[in-house]
Design a protein around this ligand. Structure first.
Ligand code: T46
Length: 137
């Protein structure tokens, strides 16, 4: 079973400028504890809709709410934990073996995901029963 505490908030550098606004940076090896091979972002999520609802066998990801907010429900097959992401300078590291669901997207929110590997559908577990059988013990 994967330890839920291995999923953690990573605070990124925030360079504040009272006149021009703020800038946040995420750098591989400095802030992001894996080689970044892919970035994608989720946006225009209609009210009440959710994303995710699956686990990864090997992928590591950092989810950053670059705009707005959303909730991430993390599930290791035995316990669940909810994390609210609402600061663009904070990312949530999600390790393999965790069923994740993204919910409660605020209007106009954008979730940017930095991923440790290229897209590979065979690396997903999209069936919750299969996930429980593999990880829930
Ligand atoms: C995750 C959550 C947070 C691609 O072709 N390339 C890609 O890099 C991705 C991420 C997706 N796709 C295709 C696969 C599906 O046909 O885009 C379609 C939607 O993907 P999915 O249903 O997996 O989207 P989400 O939002 O449920 O999940 C995504 C990521 O797939 C997943 O890794 O952790 O965001």
């Amino acid at each position: 079973m994967t330890n839920l505490n291995d999923c953690k908030i990573i605070t990124l550098k925030k360079i504040a400028d009272k006149t021009r606004g703020n800038l946040t940076v995420a750098e591989q090896a400095i802030d992001v504890p894996f080689e970044i091979k892919r970035a994608y972002w989720i946006y225009d999520v209609p009210g009440g809709e959710s994303r995710g609802g699956h686990a990864h066998k090997s992928l590591r990801q950092l989810l950053i709410p670059v705009s707005g907010s959303f909730k991430v429900v993390l599930d290791n097959g035995a316990e669940k934990k909810e994390v609210l992401l609402n600061h663009p300078w904070e990312g949530l590291l999600i390790v393999p073996g965790i069923w994740r669901t993204l919910e409660d997207f605020s209007s106009g929110s954008v979730c940017m995901c930095l991923a440790s590997d290229h897209y590979d559908e065979s690396e997903y577990i999209r069936d919750y029963g299969e996930f429980k059988a593999i990880y829930g013990k």
